[in-house]
Write a protein that binds this ligand. Structure first.
Ligand SMILES: *Cc1c(COP(=O)(O)O)cnc(C)c1O
Length: 373
């Protein structure tokens, strides 16, 4: 029996679609297509959910990163630390504001930003900001980073595109992702844990000064703040996307819990097996956007991908290249030994809120066929 990677059919039920159409009809009759009342509703509810000061919707997750960098006055001549394991957009945003990405190495067992490498890059390159990424929905060590960066006045922007519904997981920090006092960016691309019916993104902001800058930048720097060092841009979120996202918030806790239950099933069944799972300490805190596991080598991974494909098991190798290996990013400096190793070995197994125990068992049976062959 095939096990699909995603399952949008189960997520977007007839009942849900009917409610979306009702809202679309309402938006059309009100001629309120951009930044309408559902934008305000979503912003206020999402800020509460993520325990942050304020939420500002923008057009997508890449813009959210760019605008957060601009809000911290980061531009030409500045260096920004980016972990080696992330989606390309994290580095792209840094380059698009005129700054230079410096690659920071990752922990070999999680792909998350490594503290010792961060410290070395801060010293060697005089970074003005770092962008820790909650990659796969695993929480990056933000309390430790806040402690290092605070005294140096290095800004932290958390890339939480994959961490909607996640919590921090440190001794002295365990609130919702976005509650640690840093600008925190989200993507609502349709495949993310909370997905729009198109593109959308958001920034969580801890204070009025940053919120006001973001509000100005996302709408051409019209309005009150005209003295910004940077030009603004058009990154408004349209009312239709906000209406869909606002509807999805109604059962988001239940959906997030289901992902955690799927992850728990995987741990129960695969923990003793030959594939290496992410550290079990993240099990309850992670948002489990994806379910990455590590193979023993690149050769084994390639064989396994083929085997899974032949048996109808969805799989994707996010991320098969560390940032420094990507063609347009090869000229930037930093550290990446662990990141390259991780990229070689990582493969993501099916993960969506609708996988049942029998689906996870099926994945396990197909893995057994491979490893016992
Ligand atoms: C999806 C994603 C982004 C970019 O979001 P878009 O909405 O596609 O622009 C940025 N960073 C990470 C880690 C992502 O997964």
């Amino acid at each position: 029996m095939p096990v699909p990677f995603y399952n949008f059919k189960a997520l977007h039920t007839q009942q849900f679609k009917a409610k979306v159409l009702e809202r679309m009809d309402e938006i059309i009759s009100q001629n309120s297509f951009i930044e309408g009342s559902y934008n305000q509703s979503f912003e206020s509810r999402f800020a509460t959910l993520q325990q942050a000061g304020r939420c500002l919707l923008v057009a997508n997750g890449t813009d959210a990163l760019e605008i957060a960098l601009k809000a911290h006055n980061i531009g030409a001549g500045d260096k920004v630390g980016v972990p080696g394991i992330t989606f390309y957009a994290t580095s792209e945003a840094v380059i698009n504001v005129g700054a230079t990405p410096i690659f920071i190495d990752v922990c070999p067992n999680s792909g998350l930003i490594d503290i010792a490498s961060t410290q070395r890059m801060l010293e060697q390159h005089k970074l003005k900001a770092i962008i820790p990424v909650h990659i796969y929905g695993l929480p990056a060590p933000i309390a430790a980073l806040n402690k290092i960066c605070g005294p140096l006045k290095v800004a932290i922007i958390e890339d939480a595109a994959q961490a909607q519904g996640g919590q921090y997981c440190e001794e002295n920090l365990n609130g919702a992702i976005g509650s640690a006092g840093n600008l925190t960016t989200f993507s609502f691309y349709p495949t993310k844990n909370l997905g729009a019916f198109g593109d959308a993104g958001a920034i969580l902001s801890p204070n009025t000064m940053l919120s006001d800058k973001i509000i100005a930048i996302r709408n051409h720097c019209r309005g009150k703040i005209n003295e910004l060092a940077h030009l603004g841009q058009n990154s408004r979120c349209d009312s239709f996307q906000a209406a869909v996202l606002d509807l999805k918030l109604d059962n988001i806790d239940e959906i997030n819990q289901k992902r955690k239950d799927v992850a728990a099933n995987y741990y129960q069944i695969l923990l003793e097996g030959p594939l290496k799972l992410m550290p079990k300490s993240y099990l309850k805190a992670a948002s489990w956007h994806l379910f990455p596991v590590l193979c023993a080598s690149l050769a084994q991974k390639q064989k396994l991908q083929k085997h899974l494909g032949q048996h109808g098991i969805g799989n994707l190798d996010f991320y098969d290249q560390s940032q420094n290996q990507i063609l347009s990013l090869r000229k930037y400096p930093g550290e990446w030994e662990n990141a390259e190793n991780f990229a070689n070995k990582v493969i993501c197994l099916p993960m969506n809120p609708f996988l049942e125990l029998k689906d996870v068992q099926e994945v396990s049976e197909v893995l057994k066929l491979f490893f016992n062959a």
